[in-house]
Design a protein around this ligand. Structure first.
Ligand SMILES: Nc1nc2c(ncn2[C@@H]2O[C@H](COP(=O)(O)OP(=O)(O)OP(=O)(O)O)[C@@H](O)[C@H]2O)c(=O)[nH]1
Ligand SMILES: [Mg+2]
Ligand SMILES: [Zn+2]
Length: 293
């Protein structure tokens, strides 16, 4: 049985990329029974059925899957983050990063709209420099997009971020063939309108890339309070030196994370947002209805 990857799903049809060819298929009945809905990014087995519509017969185990938008087996995410329009928000960026960390997706921050940022640019770049100690950052002003392209090789990469931040615009810039729809955002409300709705994977620079619909708020319901501190790579780096194994890096004595914070090795912005996010999670938890994973 040939295997491939779903790159598009359109009204009940699944387009499967296999050996540089695309096969249009339909799922065979037993998926519904097993409650597995094939999604873009799924690695699947299929029956080619030459000359006719093929059959998707099996969804292989997923490494991860996102719900909004539904996409599986994502390796990395370009987090498109605008300086203005919409306004930069460190805590929103933190929440995006947390969701990626939780799904073991490698984040790469891309800063957009530096060209219209004016006096706000300096302040935001100062903050982004803090993030750069933890995550790779690409500045939109970088002319060297060639270097940028190399990161896509053999990876499934999604472009994510706030609505209106410039995901589709960036994708069109790096690959004009995509010709994705972009839209003027409403500056009066400083809130973007959702332009991108569908998720499809495109082959690009030796890998697969997907544009995704943006969001204006982030849902942290999937993150458990007691795993939060492990989703900060810069905390994880120090946690073994904390006196207590279960240290949350708040009030515990001999906390290596707080020590690193005092020494300037951990960003105060990230740390304070961590405290804020903890409080938010405490409010929405415990959720007894939520099924354990
Ligand atoms: N000046 C400037 N405008 C940009 C930049 N990037 C995007 N824009 C504009 O911002 C608006 C929104 O861009 P999109 O690419 O549609 O944003 P998006 O992130 O795909 O938005 P959604 O699909 O709604 O999530 C468009 O009018 C773009 O032309 C940039 O770097 N500089
Ligand atoms: Mg878009
Ligand atoms: Zn600690």
């Amino acid at each position: 049985m040939p295997t491939g990857k779903i790159i598009r799903s359109i009204s009940g049809f699944y387009d499967i990329l296999s050996d540089e060819q695309v096969y249009r298929t339909r799922a065979r009945g037993n998926f519904r029974k097993n409650k597995i809905k094939p999604i873009v990014g799924d690695n699947v087995e299929f029956d080619e059925n030459p000359g006719q519509l093929g059959y998707l017969t099996k969804v292989l185990a997923r490494k991860n899957s996102l719900i909004r938008p539904p996409i599986a087996n994502v390796d990395q995410a370009i987090v498109v983050t605008s300086v203005v329009e919409p306004e930069f928000s460190a805590i929103l960026l933190d929440k995006i990063l947390l969701n990626l960390e939780q799904n073991s997706i490698k984040p790469i921050i891309y800063l957009s709209k530096e060209d219209i940022a004016n006096q706000k640019l300096e302040r935001v770049v100062d903050i982004i420099k803090e993030y750069e100690k933890v995550y790779p950052v690409i500045y939109g002003s970088d002319e060297d997009l060639v270097q940028f392209e190399q990161i896509f090789k053999d990876q499934v990469t999604v472009f994510t971020g706030q609505t209106g931040a410039g995901k589709s615009t960036l994708l069109n810039k790096i690959n004009p063939d995509l010709d994705l729809e972009t839209a003027q955002i409403s500056t009066t409300l400083n809130r973007g309108k959702h332009t991108t709705r569908q998720v499809s994977l495109f082959t690009f620079s030796g890998g697969l890339i997907a544009d995704t619909p943006g969001f204006s708020a982030i849902d942290l319901r999937d993150i458990k309070l007691d795993e939060l501190q492990f989703l900060y790579p810069e905390f994880v780096k120090y946690q073994d030196e904390c006196k207590y194994r279960s240290c949350t890096h708040i009030n515990e004595p001999n906390c290596a994370v707080k020590q690193a914070l005092e020494e300037g090795n951990i960003s105060i912005i990230r740390y304070n947002d961590y405290l804020t996010i903890r409080k938010e999670l405490e409010k929405i938890k415990p959720n007894y209805n939520k099924k354990e994973r």
